[in-house]
Write a protein that binds this ligand. Structure first.
Ligand code: ADP
Length: 175
């Protein structure tokens, strides 16, 4: 049994900053569920199925990690899977404010669930899914930021969407 935590996120797409938080989470918790949220209040590049497939590919050889999609409230999902901890990552002060508000809201909804936030590694401080999408859209090299499966998918996606003339949904409330 042991302690189960969930690491929820949009993962549009998953990058090395997320992967580092998940891997460090496995050193703290007995089981980690990486949970891909299907419909956040922000514009997405990849579908829930695509985002889930990248996350699955990344963690397929990680015995302590299970990958699943979810919809609805994160705290309800925690209850469904018996998780007592929500794992999140922190990069900059603006992350802190957002995570702090969300943790308080989640605590109001489900006081028995705690949030544990890990501070990013220095080399991932600047890394966000928005930055990755933007660099890839403009033809930049994202191989140091995302695993090969994601890099290939970004190339395919922007090829399908056109040569940059197409308006690609890029805005995020926060990323
Ligand atoms: P959400 O829409 O839930 O914020 P994201 O996929 O953007 O989903 O992020 C999921 C989690 O990963 C969040 O806690 C976010 O702060 C964290 N995260 C994102 N990028 C990094 C990074 N470079 N280093 C550490 N944590 C990160």
């Amino acid at each position: 049994m042991g302690i189960t935590a969930i690491f929820p996120g949009t993962f549009d797409p998953i990058h090395y900053g997320h992967i580092d938080i998940a891997n460090r989470g496995t050193a703290i918790f007995d089981n980690l569920i990486v949970a891909v949220y299907d419909r956040p209040l922000k514009s997405l590049l990849f579908s829930p199925e695509e985002r889930l497939s990248f996350v699955r590919a990344v963690f397929e050889n990680q015995p302590k990690i299970t990958v699943t999609g979810y919809s609805g409230l994160t705290v309800d999902f925690c209850q469904q899977v018996g998780a007592k901890v929500i794992l999140r990552g922190l990069r900059v002060f603006s992350d802190f404010e957002h995570e702090f508000r969300m943790a308080l809201a989640n605590h109001r909804l489900s006081p028995e669930i705690d949030v544990v936030a890990l501070v990013t590694r220095e080399q991932h401080t600047f890394l966000s899914s928005t930055t990755v999408r933007e660099i890839a859209l403009l033809g930049g090299n994202v191989s140091s930021m995302v695993p090969p499966v994601v890099e290939a998918a970004l190339k395919r996606k922007f090829h399908e969407l056109g040569d940059g003339q197409t308006v690609v949904p890029m805005t995020a409330l926060r990323d």
